[in-house]
Ligand binder design. Structure first.
Ligand code: CO
Length: 221
């Protein structure tokens, strides 16, 4: 649906109906009083943008973060996409963030540690001279949207909780063009970069199995 001229509220309405049509429940609506079914984070918004009547403009980037509950289990996933043609910098930021998620997912093996995921993401993003957000982290997920353990996007190889088959994690790097600092707006949700720079966000829900990581939120395209 992302294209110049569409409003964020239209996307939210679709997201809400889509879950319901499939017998699922939008996981975010009402969660700690969050007012919508999807988070839409434009340009300098890092995460948790509340869909408004803002109309997407050619050149914007927008993060779409969506979760549902189906048969008692939760899934949570995010992508960042460009609206029409975007700047080379924005393109690079999106590619690096997506790749950092892939590298984090590759670390999801029994016997590895949370810090291995964190380290892989941080190394790759900072190696491309971007910064990783610290004020928000990934999380365990399952019968609730947010479970233990926290999954930071920065940290040290070999540190943290040991991963075991059967664990399910929502891994969600948020990467900024400038500094890593964020500020939450007075609406209590919208997190923006402190320096006004662009930010991108990708997320998958990933199961740890004996045979390696299993991504549970791949879209059937
Ligand atoms: Co999440």
């Amino acid at each position: 649906m992302v294209s110049p001229g569409i409003s964020l509220l239209e996307i939210d309405r679709f997201a809400e109906n889509y879950a319901i049509k499939h017998g699922a429940k939008p996981a975010f609506k009402g969660y700690h009083s969050y007012p919508a079914s999807i988070c839409l984070s434009v340009n300098n918004v890092v995460v948790h943008g509340i869909p408004s009547n803002y109309v997407l403009q050619y050149g914007d980037i927008v993060g779409l973060d969506y979760g549902v509950e189906l048969d008692g289990y939760f899934g949570d996933s995010a992508v960042t996409v460009g609206v029409g043609q975007i700047s080379e910098m924005a393109e690079r930021l999106i590619k690096v963030t997506q790749k950092s998620l892939e590298l984090g997912i590759e670390q999801c093996l029994p016997g590895s540690r949370i810090g291995d995921i964190s380290y892989a993401i941080q190394q790759y993003a900072e190696g491309h001279s971007f910064s990783v957000v610290r004020n928000f982290v990934g999380h365990g997920i399952g019968r609730r949207l947010h479970e233990e353990p926290p999954v930071p996007n920065y940290g040290h190889k070999g540190k943290g909780l040991k991963l075991e088959a059967g664990m399910v994690l929502a891994i969600e790097p948020m990467v900024n063009e400038g500094g890593h600092e964020t500020v939450v707006l007075p609406d209590g949700w919208t997190a923006v970069t402190k320096d006004g720079s662009l930010s991108a966000h990708f997320e998958h829900t990933v199961a740890i199995t004996k045979s390696g990581p299993k991504i549970l939120t791949l879209p059937d395209l």
